[in-house]
Design a protein around this ligand. Sequence first.
Ligand code: SF4
Ligand code: SF4
Length: 161
Amino acid sequence: MIEVKEINEKKLDENYQFRIYLKNKADEKTLDKQFKELHNKYFKNLDCSKCRNCCKILGISMNEYELNEICKYYKLNKEKLKKELKESYGEYVASPCPFLNKDNSCQINECLPASCKEYPYTNQDERLFSLLTTVQNSGICPVVYNILEDLKKMYSFKKKF
Ligand code: SF4
Ligand code: SF4
């Protein structure tokens, strides 16, 4: 697994080119299957607490229902917690996540919002239509980076310039 700091601008440019390549060449269902297999391969034995880039860079995003559930489960003061969060498009957000401990453990591990459970979304359907987010995530999540590198080999992709 590579360190995310190795993902430089040049590599991101290449990944944006690969996005266009996939848009033109890839079959939707085949690509979903390939993403799922690679997702499972990389997450199988991965300990995310050794990384936590998503928690530090993207932070947390939860809706009102999830906020209520977290406060209920952990007996937190909702109004106090809300002061640590911003409201954005109907979600409560904060970056870095206020629930991330210094030792990289998560304070609300038993009651995570969907965005935490689902990130980086690489096992979800319709990958062909989410390639922009996927490329952006390749600069944050080492799993996404590695999935794209494997796909480049599978599709014999070469960077143009
Ligand atoms: S709630 Fe936990 S998993 Fe979600 S962003 Fe915060 S620290 Fe990460
Ligand atoms: S960035 Fe990816 S590998 Fe790192 S903690 Fe988040 S999901 Fe796990």
